[in-house]
Write a protein that binds this ligand. Sequence first.
Ligand code: MN
Length: 241
Amino acid sequence: MNKPLIGVTTANRPSSSGLPFLAAYTKNITALEQAGSLPILIPCGLDRETLRAIYERVDGILLPGGSDIDPAHYGASPHPKTEGIDVPRDETEITLARWSAEDDRPLFGICRGHQLVNVALGGTLIQDIPDQVDTRLDHFPPSNVPRTHLPHEVRVEPGSLLARIVNTDCLQVNSLHHQAIEEPAPGLHITAHAPDGIIEAAELSDRRFYHTVQWHPEDLQHIHEMQQLFDALVKAARNGA
Ligand code: MN
């Protein structure tokens, strides 16, 4: 069977000596490989024509987690806790998110990727949950807590793409975010909430697979339902290949 190509976007990271590098979190790559795809990395900061040519070759897109999106993209000023703005990455991912929505190209957004899709399609973000939301849930535990820790549940909307993939109405999830979707983009359907109301998953319901989650399933590949999210992206990409 033909293995679909899944393009994974990358982040700008200076090395310890200050040299510029592009980086990708490898667990996304192993989850995509495990799902039967050919993962490839998409550099950020490319010329638009070059990016378009790469986009035309891939069968699906993964927008991974990462630092905060420039609030200028949703018409807000930076909150003091907003950090790590990566201008070429924002532009690359917003472009890919819009093209994929227009063309019905399968796309999976994780954490930052979930927020990025909302911004790309016209929504806004809560810039700092601890400062702006009255909640007892710990959406962003200290860095010594393992990424596999599951601090809260999410309620999954029956009948949604997410519900059909994981086949349950409640999931225990990890949580490594201090931002969240505030105003959903027009047409973006919210498919899971944390008990405090924070939006944890979304989809464009009339697309083959245009789906985002606020948690990190790549760190939870040992949980069947989490690997199934990657499997579902790859299946949709294969069907269009
Ligand atoms: Mn959370």
